[in-house]
Design a protein around this ligand. Structure first.
Ligand code: HEC
Ligand code: HEC
Length: 407
């Protein structure tokens, strides 16, 4: 024993821990990659922020969004539909110009200038000089459009990037509805979604049942992806969205839903999925801001969560989900039936079931449930109290809310 260096002992302990973890198969910590490959993660960050996978075919050639942006989308309009500006991409003279008003925020040419600087989060533009004028010739979108926001440190909507935070002020439907290539009926559906909502299945089944844009953080160790647990790892859904929603070049085939899409004759997505996933797995749920909850009430709330309120029977383990063990039928969830008589979202999915939502960082992303039917955590707890007939009093419900805010 004495011959063993501390380093060797640590390695031995790590190997032992790994084999123990592997032995407990469905444990929610299985599959944790404790030492992410830094180069792969850096590559994934670049892809997450900047890669369009060739989806200009959809956003430029089919939807002609480059024409709309050049003609009518000034920065004020862009910010009003929830687009975000990355302040770190702005050179000092642009910052100065915005501050002193010499750069117009009501001119579409400024939007084109921001796109040229790659300063509009999740939107990639190709700007070419045509007859002495900067002209937007191609536009595409990246994952960051829906799954990043900014910290507003410069101005509302302008600041440093927060990757993985869902952009709940983004109105993807209103943006898509600007396309001149759509029919009036299609535009009406897109315009009905509202901020923070997007329906990733509407283009297949024609049902108008938008989903809240999910956080893309806090997914390490969770092997059921999306609200309905369609995939076992993030890459499954990344391929789905990249190909079938963003319009990236590549293929997605899913016999369970009959979705089968091949875009382009090249594949600009498959080789990027490992890096993209590696980056996403490093994105942690943000801790609650200091002073944002009452610690004593949260302690009482935890006792209810683990006890009489029975929350922990589903929201179990370090990520507060039993996702790796089971999914739940629509009649078990507090968010069904869907609002407005829309068919169950589960019925439109590959599993026909729901995944228990992980709860770390839940303070950060109202509204709640897959359909956004609870505006606040108070409404979530009220929904459970009614649907699960918990019989909690007002003080107990308030304590439970404080506990949720502390996660
Ligand atoms: C137009 C908006 C939009 C874009 C762009 C988008 N997503 Fe999403 N994303 C959504 C919505 C809406 C959901 C919720 C779908 C559901 O739960 O069924 C989602 C869900 C997810 C999830 C599941 C999270 C969880 O809790 O399991 C991941 C991971 C994800 N997206 C990653 C990505 C990546 C990576 C990209 C780029 C390839 C991307 N998304 C592009 C809107 C978008
Ligand atoms: C039968 C299993 C089950 C029980 C019991 C349960 N939940 Fe859930 N919970 C779920 C599922 C499944 C979802 C996802 C539903 C959806 O997306 O519509 C969810 C979603 C949530 C959400 C929304 C998360 C988000 O990202 O929008 C919160 C908050 C929550 N539950 C808190 C609680 C609390 C508090 C209790 C106890 C009062 C509780 N849950 C009891 C299964 C359960």
């Amino acid at each position: 024993m004495s011959k063993h260096s501390p380093g060797k002992l640590l390695a031995l302990a790590a190997a032992l821990a790994t084999s123990l973890l592997a032995a407990c198969g469905d444990d929610s910590t299985a599959g944790r990659s404790d030492v992410p490959d830094a180069a792969l993660v850096a590559q994934g960050k670049e892809i997450f922020r900047n890669d369009t996978f060739g989806d200009e075919s959809q956003w430029t050639d089919a939807l002609r969004m480059h024409e709309v942006i050049s003609a009518a989308v000034d920065p004020v309009t862009a910010l009003s539909v929830g687009l975000k500006v990355d302040s770190e991409a702005l050179p000092a003279e642009v910052v100065q110009g915005i501050q002193d008003g010499s750069i117009s925020l009501t001119s579409p040419a400024t939007t084109v200038a921001l796109l040229k600087l790659n300063a509009v989060v999740g939107v990639r533009g190709t700007v070419e000089n045509i007859s002495g004028k900067d002209t937007l010739t191609r536009v595409g979108i990246t994952c960051a459009l829906c799954h990043s926001t900014v910290d507003d440190s410069f101005a509302p909507g302008i600041g440093k990037r927060l990757d993985g935070w869902p952009n709940r002020s983004l109105n993807p439907g209103a943006i898509i509805a600007l396309s001149p290539a759509l029919t009036a009926d299609q535009k009406a559906v897109y315009n009905s979604w509202g901020p923070g909502m997007y329906d990733p299945r509407f283009n297949f089944d024609g049902v108008n049942g938008p989903q809240v844009i999910s956080p893309a953080y806090g997914l390490e160790g969770i092997h059921r992806i999306t609200a309905t647990g369609d995939g076992e790892d993030i890459a499954y859904w990344n391929r789905y969205v990249g190909v079938t929603q963003m319009g990236g070049h590549g293929s997605f085939i899913e016999p369970r839903t009959g979705v089968s899409v091949v875009n382009g004759s090249d594949d600009l997505i498959s080789s990027k999925l490992p890096a993209l996933q590696a980056y996403q797995l490093t994105l942690e749920a943000p801790p609650p801001p200091p002073g944002s909850f009452d610690a004593a009430a949260a302690m009482r709330g935890k006792a209810l969560f683990d006890g009489v309120a029975r929350c922990a029977s589903c929201h179990s383990g370090p990520e507060f989900t039993d996702a790796n063990l089971r999914l739940h039928s629509p009649d078990e969830v507090a968010s069904e039936p869907e609002p407005n008589g829309v068919p169950s979202y589960a019925s439109r999915s590959a599993t026909k079931m729901y995944r228990t939502a992980p709860l770390k960082g839940v303070w950060q992303h109202p509204p709640y449930f897959h359909n956004g039917s609870a505006a606040t955590l108070d409404e979530v707890v009220q929904a459970y109290n009614t649907r699960h007939a918990l019989g909690l009093g007002a003080d107990e419900m308030a304590d439970l809310v404080q506990y949720l805010k502390s996660l």
